[in-house]
Design a protein around this ligand. Structure first.
Ligand SMILES: [Zn+2]
Length: 155
C-alpha cells in the first residue's frame, strides 16, 4: 500500500466511507486514482456505482442538475455527455484548406472576387518574399495597405 501522510489518508478514508467516487477523491485530495482504488479495496468498500440517488456522477458532476436519460431510458450524466460531444466535435474539425489557384491568381495581380483571409495572407506572404512594397502588394491582392502591414506584423 502506498504510504500517505496520516491527515491525507484519513481524508481519503473519510471521503470513501461517505460514498465519494475514486475520481472525486482524486480531484479533491490529489491522491492518484489507483492509490484511492487500493484504499477502497483495503477498506472493503464496493466499487462506486452511480444511481439516481447518488450525490454526483462518478466524475463528480452534481446530481440531480446533470441527471438525464438517454434514448433507451437509461440514466446518464448530461454534463459527461456534453463533454463527450464537444470532444468529438473538436476531433472531427479540419480547417478549410486554402485554394492554391486563388493564391497564385492573387499573387499575379488577378485575385478572384472572394479570397479567404488565409488565402489573402498566403498571397501577401508570397509577394512579401519578392521584396515588393506594401502599396504594390495591396494593389495586386486588392486589399488595403493596412492589411499588408498587419499580415507582415503577424508573420
Ligand atoms: Zn458527469
Amino acid at each position: 500500500m502506498t504510504w500517505l501522510p496520516d491527515a491525507l489518508r484519513q481524508e481519503v478514508e473519510q471521503m470513501l466511507r461517505a460514498g465519494a467516487s475514486d475520481l472525486a477523491v482524486h480531484r479533491q485530495t490529489g491522491v492518484a486514482r489507483a492509490t484511492v482504488a487500493r484504499y477502497r479495496k483495503a477498506l472493503g468498500l464496493p466499487g462506486y456505482h452511480t444511481t439516481a440517488d447518488s450525490p454526483a456522477c462518478r466524475h463528480g458532476h452534481p446530481f440531480p442538475q446533470h441527471l438525464g436519460r438517454n434514448e433507451k431510458g437509461h440514466l446518464i450524466c448530461l454534463e459527461c455527455k456534453r463533454i463527450r460531444v464537444r470532444k468529438k466535435a473538436r476531433a472531427n474539425y479540419t480547417p478549410v484548406q486554402p485554394d492554391e489557384v486563388a493564391i497564385q491568381r492573387a499573387a499575379a495581380g488577378d485575385p478572384p472576387d472572394r479570397l479567404t483571409p488565409r488565402e489573402r495572407a498566403a498571397a501577401i506572404r508570397q509577394l512579401d518574399r519578392r521584396q515588393l512594397s506594401a502599396a504594390v502588394i495591396a494593389e495586386r491582392v486588392r486589399c488595403s495597405r493596412r492589411t499588408v502591414h498587419r499580415r507582415r506584423a503577424a508573420a
